[in-house]
Design a binder for this molecule. Structure first.
Ligand SMILES: [Zn+2]
Length: 465
């Protein structure tokens, strides 16, 4: 019985080797054989070790083993295709980089003086990085020369630090702080909730990908137009191609680091007298590690390091929704007049969600919008172990009556996840004094507080160390 428990625990924690080790021992017991086989087959499957699935199921004729065996054979056939696609994708990204514009006056990359990698031509700000150039199109009247070096150094760091150690620069001259608050705004649910709980004077900075891609930004632009035309918030859209930087390192188009989403606001901080940049990170990414295990966020190196670096650039790094979860963010946006203009799905028709992606399941579903639980992408995510954004997914499945989707995790539905939509008061302590009162008051006017003792404080769904 103990071995069975250890096997299950290891499996649920995603410790595939350990779970298989226990399962191997249990195979000898006829009463445990079915369960042990299922653990071996599914753990190989979860690791995408399709050949191992096929090898171990040669003589296992039960239904589950044969089903995974057949699926693995299919996967191996298509995986050959996937590899070619990856190469095709890389070539496509290379072509995309080759098509990008370059400044009239070239810049030579400087490893020592990061500020020398910036220049301005008209409204366009250029940034030279080791492999090429990226740009931002700034509002009329912007002057790079009036932008503090500490801001330029931090911009370089958020864009390059994973690959260029020298970008982790010491700031020699600290910038004095400004007066206005801003938010790195993606127009998704979390950042819309953040915008809703911050002061009306907050500048929302939207990073607009300057090149064509698979993602559909019409939903985002619809909300931005609404906010600007009603005057509810000021949203500034800045076109840039800096998401291409990491494609030089074998990664898909996207932000180099978590704070690259704020690069445009860093460059604009002196132009708009900014004193704070907010990011819409909910509990799922702050007090929870990977959305499933509690950590004391303010004690993490991540929090300490980045808040210090922003402070040196005269900016409060603000986590306006660190006290609420993704579910709390949904409850907040539900209370705003913006809800009908908001849709996190990036694959819909520009107005509605596609109903078939993970965002449609966990963001649109709880808002009462239609989705298909059997859609392949949703099923793929639900079948990953540990399940992605676990707490939020468990809550969403529970409130929508889909607990039966996770038969192997039924023990995680023993409690009730109502608390997940409520405010977690320790999160308010992260807010700097000058912004705290307004944000805290706004959140508490919408959401109840979590009952004590906080369930969150002991959260560790998969018994991870
Ligand atoms: Zn969708």
């Amino acid at each position: 019985m103990l071995r069975r428990l250890l096997m299950r625990r290891a499996y649920n924690a995603g410790q595939w080797d350990t779970s298989r080790h226990h399962a191997d021992k249990l195979l000898q017991k006829s009463s445990e054989r079915t369960l042990a086989r299922s653990v071996i087959v599914r753990s190989y499957w979860n690791e995408s070790r399709f050949q191992d699935v096929i090898d171990c199921t040669t003589d296992w004729h039960d239904e589950l083993s044969q089903s995974y065996r057949n699926q693995s054979i299919e996967r191996l056939k298509t995986n050959g295709g996937t590899k070619r696609l990856t190469l095709m994708k890389q070539e496509k990204l290379q072509r995309l980089r080759d098509q990008q514009p370059e400044p009239i006056t070239p810049i030579h990359w400087s490893n020592e003086e990061l500020t020398e990698n910036f220049s301005q031509e008209g409204e366009r700000v250029w940034f030279r990085y080791p492999e090429g150039y990226v740009f931002w199109d700034m509002p009329t009247g912007y002057d790079l020369a009036l932008t503090h070096p500490a801001l330029l150094c931090l911009t370089a760091e958020v864009l390059l630090s994973p690959w260029v150690p020298s970008s982790k620069a010491k700031t020699l001259h600290e910038r004095e702080t400004g007066n206005r608050c801003s938010l790195s705004f993606s127009a998704g649910t979390d950042s819309t909730a953040a915008a809703a709980v911050m002061l009306e004077s907050t500048l929302l900075g939207y990073h607009k990908r300057s090149f064509e891609s698979m993602l559909d930004h019409r939903n985002a632009e619809r909300l931005i137009d609404h906010l600007n035309s009603t005057g509810d918030r000021e949203v500034l859209s800045i076109s840039s191609n800096h998401e291409l930087i990491r494609t030089n390192h074998g990664k898909p188009v996207g932000f180099s680091t978590d704070f690259a989403c704020a690069a445009h606001l860093l460059l604009l901080a002196d132009h708009f007298d900014l004193g704070a940049i907010g990011v819409g990170m909910p509990i799922d990414n702050t007090y929870l590690w990977k959305g499933r295990k509690f950590r004391t966020f303010q004690e993490t190196h991540y929090y300490k390091y980045w808040t210090k670096r922003f402070t040196q650039a005269g900016l409060d790094l603000l986590f306006p929704i660190a006290s609420i979860s993704e579910a709390g963010a949904l409850m907040v946006v539900k209370q705003t007049p913006w809800l009908e203009h908001l849709n996190s799905c990036m694959r819909g028709d520009g107005v509605n969600g596609c109903g078939r992606c993970w965002k449609c399941f966990h963001k649109n579903g709880p808002l009462g919008r239609p989705f298909d639980i059997t859609a392949p992408e949703i099923q793929t995510y639900l079948n990953k172990r540990p399940i992605p954004t676990a707490t939020h997914a468990l809550w969403a499945l529970q409130i929508m009556g889909h607990e039966n989707q996770l038969t192997d995790l039924s023990h995680l539905f023993e409690g009730d996840y109502n608390w997940w939509t409520m405010a977690y008061p320790p999160g308010f302590d992260l807010l700097q004094d000058r912004w705290r009162l307004s944000i805290e008051t706004m959140i508490l006017s919408i959401l109840p507080t979590m009952p004590k003792p906080y369930n969150l404080d002991n959260l560790n769904h998969f018994d991870e160390d």
